[in-house]
Design a protein around this ligand. Structure first.
Ligand SMILES: *[C@@H]1O[C@H](CO)[C@@H](O)[C@H](O)[C@H]1NC(C)=O
Ligand SMILES: *[C@@H]1O[C@H](CO)[C@@H](O)[C@H](O)[C@H]1NC(C)=O
Ligand SMILES: *[C@@H]1O[C@H](CO)[C@@H](O)[C@H](O)[C@H]1NC(C)=O
Ligand SMILES: *[C@@H]1O[C@H](CO)[C@@H](O)[C@H](O)[C@H]1NC(C)=O
Ligand SMILES: *[C@@H]1O[C@H](CO)[C@@H](O)[C@H](O)[C@H]1NC(C)=O
Ligand SMILES: *[C@@H]1O[C@H](CO)[C@@H](O)[C@H](O)[C@H]1NC(C)=O
Ligand SMILES: *[C@@H]1O[C@H](CO)[C@@H](O)[C@H](O)[C@H]1NC(C)=O
Length: 596
């Protein structure tokens, strides 16, 4: 078994000193986010207090970044599956530039913003609810006769550099930005069509505009008359950036088309689909797929500057890419609905919340259409995956951030005429840096209370006991540490080190059931010698794989009577904080009761 790992370290991100780990949570999700004693609330409150102070500084003394944030009208707040009161952690800022004649002057959790591309998450979720698995894999040529005809015609003279391979593009590819070019006319920042620059100043030759425009039927008329057929006619012959499924290119075009696909396959309008599959079941009463017209809604809408035209802009066929309007309360409920698998089965949610492709940077991956950020904790170097969707369109920017390891997340909705996306991105960094380490500390603290301590066999004469602890330093590898473990008189600490070939061990949660009986399973991973596998340039990519990858090397590896020797199953109280009162060690056929 020496084949398997001398230790552990994390899936190395080529970041110095990254510690080993098993992917996923290292502690059960914290239950106290908003309480007085919660580190998360403390951190959130400290951040928002300092923001409040900074935003109220004199304009003369604040720096450009702060000024930009001050110009952003925004609403932000947290949510949690474990603590409904997490939603009291909010912060709202009404910019001095919110002074037009229309719209809200002082924002709150019911203020309506454009969500821009956060819409794309609604579109994919609606598709997951409405379509079956085969629909996601069906080539678009089987859905749109125009594309089938074109593909047939192209077969005679294939030009993969110049022709989109429509018979290989699927709804699944569109949802992951792995299908078609970035933009389609008329939602296209084309230099010729926009006509704002003399092409000669850009070294571009003159073109006959009339002839060019004739290829795009949707350009000729008001956007509400842009039918799927006309839109597809305008994009069918575009030049692809990559072959389907080769490499991602952010594609509003793909999401416009995805909306068309879902509508076509279900025979419903996209408005009806959003309404029936998401807004209604999640109770999102202030979320709309058309610009609000009711004066009562306009009165609580965020309309920065003289931005009425921007606010009321109807995206028409592109609404599945960026057309949804919503509030902090509703986007938080949407985030909770996703995390809690309210509309999908838990298995489907888990499958959905995974990367589809990497990007060129180790820190960023892409799902359908999750923008996945890999946060590295500054002390332990453990990785927390962050699932997000950003929106950025004109005067509006928004982001939904989900932290599945902590059953929590937050939303920012913002509006400004002064680079709102930059301001929202900066704010997101501030919030992440404040709350992610705090969530880890809070989770560690609660795990200590729930699980740490001594457990002992109640069978007369059986000398079996285990003592568990949670590391107090944030620099130590996280998880439940085994301080001592005796099994029927045998000291298990050296035995376990031998079995896992590691210098130390941590238990991390793997499967939970709310009961009855309420139980949480933990498995052990082995700590990697910090001198190896730290991913520094020059360390060995292949020869260190087993040292670093517990999933491949040691996890679930050694069984006795077909039970893993590192499986610990805790019985927990169904209510209150979920304190453990016993642990079962299936391989050892032993149940140990927690000592008071
Ligand atoms: C601007 O000021 C804010 C708060 O006062 C501070 O956090 C930030 O680091 C400053 N940014 C720059 C670029 O100096
Ligand atoms: C913020 O808004 C003020 C007032 O409209 C404006 O003068 C300024 O240029 C804007 N942007 C920044 C970065 O301050
Ligand atoms: C999550 O779903 C369960 C039912 O599956 C429900 O009891 C619970 O209230 C939901 N939690 C949240 C925060 O929505
Ligand atoms: C709104 O505020 C901006 C900057 O503070 C100012 O330039 C503009 O004139 C104001 N507009 C109205 C309608 O007051
Ligand atoms: C552009 O093309 C149209 C249609 O083919 C033609 O009628 C027109 O004369 C052309 N314009 C120029 C400037 O060549
Ligand atoms: C404990 O060890 C003794 C002596 O080796 C053995 O006879 C007994 O079956 C063991 N009991 C359990 C529960 O493991
Ligand atoms: C239980 O076993 C441990 C390890 O062998 C030993 O040190 C300890 O004295 C034993 N305790 C009892 C009560 O037999």
């Amino acid at each position: 078994m020496k084949f398997f790992s001398q230790g552990l370290v994390i899936l190395s991100l080529c970041l110095p000193g990254t510690l080993a780990d098993v992917r996923g949570p290292v502690y059960p999700a914290p239950r106290e986010i908003s309480t007085k004693s919660s580190r998360v609330a403390a951190s959130w409150n400290a951040l928002t207090a300092s923001l409040d102070k900074a935003l109220n500084q004199d304009d003369k003394t604040i720096n450009a970044t702060m000024k930009r944030l001050k110009n952003l009208t925004f609403s932000t707040g947290m949510f949690s599956l474990q603590d409904p009161d997490a939603e009291t952690l909010q912060f709202h800022h009404s910019s001095p530039t919110l002074n037009g004649s229309l719209g809200v002057k002082k924002v709150d959790a019911d203020s309506i913003y454009r969500t821009a591309s956060v819409t794309k998450l609604f579109t994919v979720l609606a598709g997951l609810v409405e379509l079956d698995a085969q629909d996601w894999e069906r080539p678009l040529t089987e859905i749109f006769p125009t594309l089938k005809d074109l593909t047939r015609k192209n077969e005679k003279n294939p030009q993969p550099l110049h022709q989109i391979q429509w018979d290989q593009v699927t709804a699944g590819a569109l949802a992951a930005h792995m299908g078609i070019p970035r933009a389609g006319v008329p939602f296209h920042p084309d230099l010729l069509i926009s006509g704002q620059l003399d092409p000669a100043t850009l070294g571009l030759p003159p073109l006959n505009l009339t002839e060019e425009l004739a290829q795009y039927p949707c350009l000729q008329q008001d956007i509400s008359k842009c039918t799927p057929e006309k839109y597809i006619a305008g994009i069918a012959a575009n030049t692809p950036a990559f072959a389907p499924w080769a490499s991602p290119v952010y594609s509003n075009n793909g999401f416009t088309l995805l909306g068309v696909v879902i509508a076509k396959l279900t025979g419903k309008s996209i408005d009806q689909i959003y309404q029936e599959s998401i807004f209604k079941p999640l109770g999102l009463e202030s979320t709309f797929s058309n610009p609000p017209k009711d004066p009562k809604l306009i009165a609580r809408s965020v309309i920065p500057g003289a931005g009425k035209a921007v606010f009321t802009l109807d995206g028409g066929i592109s609404k599945s890419s960026g057309g949804i309007f919503s509030t902090l309360n509703d986007i938080n409920a949407f985030g909770r609905g996703i995390l809690n698998s309210t509309l999908l089965s838990p298995t489907r949610t888990r499958k959905w919340m995974k990367p589809v492709t990497h990007t060129a940077d180790l820190r960023y991956s892409l799902g359908q259409p999750w923008e996945i950020y890999r946060y590295v904790h500054p002390d332990s170097h453990v990785v927390t995956d962050i699932y997000t969707k950003l929106g950025d369109s004109g005067a509006y920017s928004a982001i939904l951030v989900l932290l599945p390891d902590f059953d929590t997340g937050f939303t920012i909705l913002g509006g400004s005429t002064d680079q709102p996306a930059k301001a929202v991105a900066w704010l997101t960094d501030l919030i992440i840096d404040a709350i992610v380490p705090a969530l880890m500390e809070q989770a560690a603290e609660e795990t200590r209370e729930r699980f740490a301590g001594s457990y002992r066999s109640t069978v007369d004469g059986l000398n079996s006991s285990v003592t568990l602890s949670v590391p107090t330093s944030s620099e130590e590898a996280p998880g439940l540490a085994i301080s001592s473990w005796i099994s029927n008189g045998t000291d298990m600490v050296p035995v376990l080190s031998k079995l896992l070939q590691g210098t130390g061990v941590r238990l991390v949660p793997t499967i939970a059931q709310s009961g009855p009986p309420a139980q949480v399973a933990f498995r052990a991973y082995s700590l990697t010698d910090p001198s190896i596998g730290n991913g520094l340039p020059g360390t060995r990519l292949f020869s260190q794989m087993y040292d670093i990858s517990d999933w491949a090397a040691t996890l679930d590896m050694t069984t006795y009577g077909v039970e893993d020797v590192t499986l610990f199953v805790f019985d927990v109280e169904a209510k209150h904080i979920g304190r453990a009162d016993a642990v079962t060690l299936p391989a050892y056929r032993a149940r140990l009761a927690r000592q008071k």
